[in-house]
Design a protein around this ligand. Structure first.
Ligand SMILES: C[S@@+](CC[C@H](N)C(=O)[O-])C[C@H]1O[C@@H](n2cnc3c(N)ncnc32)[C@H](O)[C@@H]1O
Length: 140
């Protein structure tokens, strides 16, 4: 359903011929191609998800000179139905360290905590913090 909607939007935007849509379990994903931009946005799940190993694979998919962009929650909204995480959600700096992006092969371009005001489903208001990590793989 989501992929059909996305494909429809791509069609309307005239970029359908430039996109391949894939539906798969990222837990077993190993990239066969490298890309100039690999983006993972709010990759969180209420069910088991090996987030760090998925993001390690995402980093492996970045071509020399390309970028990895990972945005995620540093906290869940109070009305979230996510179970309490067993470990605190990582900051961008903690994630960069976990993914080995502080090595000489990478340049960290953005490592930030970003607050934003949000409104919940019942009209509740609050402030959320997102982690933003952007890194460039240096040319080999
Ligand atoms: C919080 S949603 C974010 C969706 C979108 N990136 C966004 O920012 O609106 C998390 C997404 O991760 C996907 N997801 C969770 N575990 C996954 C897995 N093992 N393989 C593939 N996708 C997964 C879910 O299906 C869901 O679409």
């Amino acid at each position: 359903m989501a992929l059909e909607r996305a494909a429809q939007h791509a069609q309307e935007a005239g970029v359908a011929d430039r996109i391949q849509w894939r539906r798969l379990d990222l837990a077993g994903w190993e990239p066969a191609t490298r890309f100039d931009l690999v983006s993972a946005q709010f990759l969180h799940s209420p069910v088991e998800l090996p987030r760090n190993s998925v993001l390690e694979a995402a980093a492996r998919a970045v071509a020399p000179g390309g970028r990895l962009l990972v945005v995620g929650h540093e906290s869940f909204p109070p009305w979230s139905r996510h179970p309490e995480p067993q470990e605190p959600l990582p900051t961008a700096a903690e994630l960069a360290a976990a993914l080995g992006l502080q090595s000489p092969g990478w340049a960290l371009e953005t490592v930030a905590s970003v607050d934003r005001d949000i409104t919940g489903p019942e009209g509740q208001t609050g402030t959320l913090t997102d982690s933003v990590l952007r890194a460039r793989r240096l040319e080999a």
